[in-house]
Design a protein around this ligand. Structure first.
Ligand SMILES: C[S@@+](CC[C@H](N)C(=O)[O-])C[C@H]1O[C@@H](n2cnc3c(N)ncnc32)[C@H](O)[C@@H]1O
Length: 409
């Protein structure tokens, strides 16, 4: 079908002869779980049940309206601790206010240390990223690709609306206040907002379904995060609390804008801008303003990333310290602390220093690695991991012993 249209599209609406989708949502008991794996249902989450399958009152009375598969509903409700209390930051870390030329944005209200929780947001809505047409046999065969896309946009609006109609009034109002950068391409008011504001997550996925199995998560506050090619935050989906958590990837100063990325950070400035066109935004970050300096640095990071693509940390080949430091500097200069490639360079630097017997520097990178892990999955930073360099301390002690600088115990 190709990517959905964006920008000014001349012919929108349903093509001549195609009627509006007739769609009826049948309501079932909320406790029902016996759906076929790929049957899609409108459901309110996360609702917890006791051992006798009776609904227990939610700890946080904030709910997400979802249109998801039977498979995903079962996955959600079988997650240990589902419906756990939502995390709160230690104090208010952000405000939402005007960001010149970008609409609203999120800003730090105080200095935020790297790793700190900024906000945990229970989503307004969760929807499949792509909705297959529900008109079995009813779409005229003569439709062009563009007309077929318009049918899909219209049908998706009808199906998403069935979930939006179930929202609590304050949640619905919050949703319709979100930005919409898809006003002229045939997207309806709901689809446009979903396309503008949705986040993906590897945990919200129908297994074995490829891209057709992806979902998009629409939050309230996190939707105000503007894009930067050097983002200072990272978000991840925490299933037990059913929230998107946002943490700082580096130290953030009071009043600095909080940013995320809408594109592949490893690409060149021109390729990133091609992706950002769909959001109707022209990026003016420092890297986009200076591609002659930034592109070669990102290429260095990308080549490093490609070489290690898909490999777990323990399987990485060691590299000379000078090369590692050179690549590390490129990651820092480009503000790419959220990427997997950054964690790999940091891991190898920690080990390289251990091999030299340089425990102090080993711990510097062990701290960076544990922060990266914390920001990526919320697990607390264990001081022993930093102390022992995730096990690299033994190598460092051996190196020092060989150098005669450490006495055998
Ligand atoms: C998810 S919303 C972000 C919040 C939005 N600014 C608001 O007012 O609600 C995405 C939209 O914000 C705007 N935007 C985000 N990042 C931007 C940037 N770096 N420069 C200009 N506009 C940006 C674009 O209009 C984009 O479609």
């Amino acid at each position: 079908m190709g990517p959905l249209p964006y920008g000014l599209v001349e012919k929108t609406g349903l093509p001549p002869g195609v009627e509006k989708l007739k769609y009826e949502n049948t309501e079932f008991s909320a406790g029902r779980l016996d759906y076929a794996p790929m049957q899609k249902i409108h459901t309110t989450q996360p609702l917890r049940y006791d051992e006798r399958d009776r609904l227990t009152l939610p700890l946080d009375p904030v709910m997400t309206e979802c249109y998801i598969s039977g498979f995903l509903k079962r996955k959600i409700l079988s997650t240990p601790g589902i419906g756990s209390r939502m995390l709160r930051p230690s104090s208010t870390m952000h405000r939402i206010s005007e960001s010149p030329g970008k609409g609203l944005g999120m800003f730090a209200t105080k200095d935020i240390p790297a790793g700190e929780l900024i906000v945990a947001d229970r989503p307004l809505l969760i929807f499949p990223r792509n909705i297959a047409t529900q008109r079995t046999g009813a779409v005229p065969l003569h439709l062009t690709m563009h007309e077929m896309q318009q049918v899909i946009l219209n049908d998706t609006e009808v199906i998403y609306k069935a979930s939006v109609d179930r929202m609590e009034p304050d949640r619905k109002e919050a949703f319709f206040k979100l930005a919409n950068s898809h006003t002229d391409d045939g997207s309806g008011p709901i689809v446009g907002r979903v396309r503008t504001n949705g986040f993906g997550s590897a945990d919200m996925m129908d297994l074995g379904e490829g891209t057709a199995g992806q979902y998009t998560i629409i939050c309230d506050e996190l939707s105000r995060l503007n894009h930067s090619c050097s983002p200072n935050t990272k978000h991840f989906w925490d299933m037990p609390t059913f929230c998107m958590q946002l943490r700082a990837t580096r130290h953030i100063k009071k009043d600095e804008e909080l940013t995320t990325t809408y594109c592949d950070l490893m690409e060149s400035a021109a390729d990133r801008q091609a992706t950002l066109d769909a959001y109707q935004l022209k990026c003016d970050c420092a890297s986009c303003a200076n591609p002659a300096i930034s592109d070669p640095r990102r290429r260095k990071c990308r080549e490093w990333g490609n070489q290690n693509d898909g490999r777990v940390l323990a399987d990485l080949d060691p590299a000379p310290l000078n090369r590692l430091l050179d690549v590390f500097k490129a990651y820092i200069a480009e503000g790419l602390e959220e990427t997997i490639g950054y964690s790999q360079v940091v891991f190898l630097l920690m080990n390289a220093y251990a091999e030299k017997g340089d425990v102090q520097n080993m711990r510097v990178y062990a701290k960076r690695l544990s922060l990266w892990k914390h920001v990526s999955n919320g697990d607390p930073v264990d001081p022993r991991e930093i102390e022992t360099g995730f096990g690299a301390l033994a190598v460092a002690e051996m190196a020092l012993r060989l150098k005669g600088k450490l006495k055998r115990k």
